[in-house]
Design a protein around this ligand. Structure first.
Ligand SMILES: [Zn+2]
Length: 287
């Protein structure tokens, strides 16, 4: 079973009803905080669908190191240095190559203030194509993805930043074979199309209207082209800057592909569950 609590559906600029990126992903009982953008921690503990305290966070999963996707990482570590949190469980921070160097630079500024007081910390850098599985204790490790519960990273098209040459999207597969795909920030790319093929739920960025489209991001016609090629079962649009949020995005996307498309709001919970995926339609015999 997969559940995604979307904590922030805006871009880098917060608005009154859309915060920057953040989500709480649960796969077969294992939960990860995804892309903790500014304010993510407050929104997480306030949500009735998330953990009540930071002790409930066992892993952080990052798509890339832009601040609207990771600004609350330092506040999380700073909070875990205090005497309030009581968990002694391993905290994993999983993200693209360059993540360790990014955290080293933060420690240059803050020193031990960013060392959790009670919790061991593991930084796991992954590359597009890597797959992760949890062990019995819930610790994620790069493996051969033989188990039923899997996270797979794929490279997306979002340029380079100071710390990381590779930006990632994530595919989550549960023990029933259900698939959730998170695009992260990306322009059109084959790797996203391949990951989204047949996904039960595709959560995809739609940053701008078509007339304001920029490199490294998607717009309604670009999302429509992706859906036409990959044919996911359901589509959720997120990472909306104000000009995009003002539009009827599902209608604009459906001009390019027929699909079950909705716009996410902050706090929405999406679930993907059930038994094995449905069997393909039986082929009609030729007359
Ligand atoms: Zn970005």
């Amino acid at each position: 079973m997969i559940a995604l609590l979307i904590l922030g559906t805006g871009g880098a600029v917060p608005t009154i009803d859309r915060s920057p990126s953040a989500a709480w992903l649960t796969i077969d009982g294992r939960s990860l905080l995804v892309d903790p953008g500014p304010g993510a921690l407050v929104r997480l503990v306030r949500s009735p669908h998330g953990p009540a305290t930071l002790d409930g966070i066992d892993a952080v999963l990052l798509t890339h190191l832009h601040l609207d996707h990771c600004a609350d990482l330092a506040p999380l570590l700073f909070a875990l240095h205090s005497v309030v949190p009581q968990s002694r469980h391993l905290l994993q921070i999983i993200g693209p190559r360059g993540l360790a160097a990014y955290l080293d630079r933060l420690r240059d500024l803050y020193g031990d203030w960013l060392t959790p007081r009670l919790r061991p910390l593991e930084v796991l850098e992954v590359a597009g194509g890597d797959a992760l599985e949890p062990d019995d204790d819930g610790r994620w490790a790069v493996g051969r993805a033989r188990g039923p519960t899997v996270l797979e990273a794929f490279r997306v098209e979002h340029g380079e930043d100071r710390f990381s040459a590779e930006n990632l999207g994530w595919l989550a597969r549960d023990r029933d074979g259900r698939m959730l795909v998170l695009s992260g920030d990306t322009g059109p790319c084959r790797t996203l199309e391949a990951a989204a093929r047949g996904a039960d739920l595709l959560v995809v960025e739609c940053s701008t209207p078509d007339e304001l489209a920029v490199d490294g991001h998607l717009s309604p016609s670009r999302v429509g082209a992706l859906i036409a090629a990959a044919r996911p079962r359901r589509v959720v649009l997120t990472h909306l800057y104000p000009a995009a949020a003002a539009l009827d995005l599902p209608a604009l996307v459906r001009e390019h592909a027929s699909a079950d498309v909705v716009v996410a709001s902050d706090g929405d919970l999406f679930e993907v569950f059930g038994g094995p995926p449905p069997l393909p339609e039986p082929r009609k015999a030729h007359p």
